[in-house]
Design a protein around this ligand. Structure first.
Ligand code: HEM
Length: 530
């Protein structure tokens, strides 16, 4: 239905603030969830707040998600919102630096690289990387704990009364494991081999130019921006050298197995018949690195922390592994064989661990678009041109916040509780958010490991929705699932308390990532399984 914008339509209510340019930056920056929930109480599902000079109109709830994420890209535009701070990191001619139609073709190429046969090959590689980490040093040279390690709690994890072997920082260890496993699989052999020889440094410099301050003020002449620009050039060149090296060897593959993304991208063509240029492939590889690293490592860290805080669940996860992959030898020892993609997809405990972690801690809590044309919105999204309509003027940003519907007590029972059982209740909201995976009796057919509702109006959207929905979801599930399963195969874990989320308010604004991480301390005690 075409809505006519009344001449006297008012704009949405503006959140009260004292400082004109700063607006609500401090309240939003300190705790976006608290801020958005409080504003919703006062102003309803649609309101505007000022964020360092920008006017952001928020649309909350599943209908608000639908309004923003289901909007047409000529009206609610991602490139205008993201290109200024992503292009210096990703490089030219990819993603938000090209017209949307071209980016959609590039997304199709990436999808081709995430084929089932490639994903299948990745499971064993990830398992091997994680096993290596636990065989050597899961602390990655972090200093040993200065105080005595805690006494094991009276949980399944402590029944043999053994001592803890040590502690590691959940985030630092997960960051290392994530980059090692992503480089071994998607990024290819050459990247994995260069991890200790300069690649990690380039990644850190690039990442240092991808913080909230770069997002809000992309043109400030900061040292971190200069380092980022140098790293972007070098990283792009590094990938182009890989491509040339492979061409000299007469093969698209890394010589090992040909399952990495570079091999796929070398074989793709735009609809015009053109192949991808070397620098486009190089920059797309940077996009994949940056899009997957913080999101997956943050999710993995939160999952690990919850498992350490809930040893009963960790034990259930271990038992699920033992049931599917184990056999008990003559000494009574459980031996676990390697996992396969198909088997991983049929593990309900593992699936719910990832799902529930993404519900409480979606790494991307708010999604923005730039408003290119005046748009009419009703405070209750009822689609009629009623008197109470607001106009969102061109030049505003619109924001959806999937985490608000994922943590809404009006939708979920005890949303603050990390509770896997909500995913096995066929009548629960969780299952209803995945209606397409329920049969006619409302029984769960197959949530499908890593499959979530594709609808733009869902109460559960950790991977976004609509045109810009994540394409890394299947890979992320596979990577996280294999990592977590392999971790519990190797060790028992324990932490007394789940850390609070860190939204990186000032002054960390200048150095931190855009992703919500657990606050320090987040040291997890571990004990190798015998
Ligand atoms: C987009 C979440 C992992 C590649 C997105 C969006 C979300 C998201 C919410 C939508 C952004 C928007 O609409 O503006 C996640 C989460 C991940 C994850 C929670 C892990 C747990 C990955 C991985 C890759 C990836 C591993 C690559 C291999 C992308 C790309 C886009 C995207 C390329 C851009 C899509 C577009 O603008 O059209 N992701 N992501 N993501 N994601 Fe992911």
């Amino acid at each position: 239905q075409q809505l006519v914008i009344p001449r006297r339509a008012s704009t949405p209510p503006v959140v009260f603030h004292w400082l004109p340019f700063v607006g609500s930056a401090i309240a939003y920056g300190n705790d976006p969830l608290k801020f958005l929930f409080q504003c919703r109480e006062k102003y309803g599902d649609v309101f505007t707040f000022i964020l360092l000079g920008r006017r952001i109109t928020v649309a909350l709830g599943p209908k608000g998600n639908n309004f923003v994420l289901g909007g047409k890209s000529v009206v609610f535009n991602a490139e205008d919102a993201y290109a200024p701070f992503t292009t210096p990191v990703f490089g030219k001619d990819v993603v938000y630096d090209v017209p949307n139609e071209k980016f959609m073709e590039q997304k199709r190429f990436i999808k081709a690289g995430l084929s089932t046969s490639n994903l299948r090959a990745y499971v064993g590689m990830i398992e091997q990387e994680v096993n290596d980490v636990f065989a050597k040093d899961p602390t990655f040279n972090q200093p040993a704990p200065t105080s005595a390690l805690p006494t094991p709690p009276p949980t399944p994890a402590s029944k043999n009364g053994a001592k803890w072997d040590g502690q590691f920082d959940a985030v630092k260890t997960m960051q290392e494991i994530t980059i090692l496993t992503a480089s071994r699989t998607l990024q290819g052999k050459e990247v994995r081999e260069n991890m200790d020889k300069g690649y990690a440094k380039l990644y850190n410099d690039l990442d240092g130019g991808f913080t909230p301050v770069h997002m809000m003020f992309p043109y400030l002449p900061l040292e971190s921006s200069r380092k980022r620009d140098r790293a972007q050039k070098k990283m792009s060149q590094f990938y182009m050298d890989i491509i040339r090296g492979r061409a000299e060897n007469g093969s698209v593959s890394d010589g090992e197995d040909g399952h990495d993304m570079i091999a796929t991208l070398l074989e793709q063509q735009y609809r015009s018949g053109e192949s991808l240029k070397e620098h486009e492939i190089a920059n797309m590889m940077i996009v994949l690195l940056m899009a997957g690293q913080h999101t997956s490592s943050a999710t993995g860290s939160w999952a690990l922390l919850h498992l350490a805080n809930n040893p009963d669940v960790a034990e259930a996860l271990y038992k699920e592994q033992a049931q599917h992959f184990g056999n008990i030898d003559s000494d009574g020892k459980t031996n676990l064989r390697p996992m396969t993609l198909e088997e991983l997809r049929a593990l309900p405990v593992l699936d719910s661990v990832i799902r529930e972690t993404l519900r409480m801690h979606p790494p991307i809590h708010c999604i923005m678009r730039y408003v290119r044309e005046d748009v009419l919105v009703q405070p209750n999204f009822n689609g009629t041109n009623s008197d109470g309509s607001y106009v969102i003027p061109k030049g505003h940003y619109v924001m959806a916040s999937p985490v608000i519907s994922q943590m809404d007590p009006a939708i979920w029972k005890s949303p603050q509780k990390w509770d896997l059982t909500r995913w096995s209740d066929p009548q629960g909201v969780a299952a209803q958010a995945f209606k397409e995976y329920l049969d006619e009796n409302g029984e769960r057919v197959d949530f499908g490991f890593g499959k979530v509702s594709k609808g733009t109006e869902s109460p559960y959207q950790p991977f976004g929705a609509g045109k810009h929905r994540c394409i890394g979801e299947q890979f992320a599930y596979l990577q996280l699932g294999t990592i977590l399963a392999t971790v519990v195969r190797n060790v028992e874990l324990w932490i007394e308390k789940i850390p609070e989320p860190d939204y990186h308010p000032l002054p960390f604004f200048f150095v931190q990532t855009l992703i919500t991480m657990p606050k320090e301390p987040r040291m997890v005690s571990y004990r190798r399984r015998k």
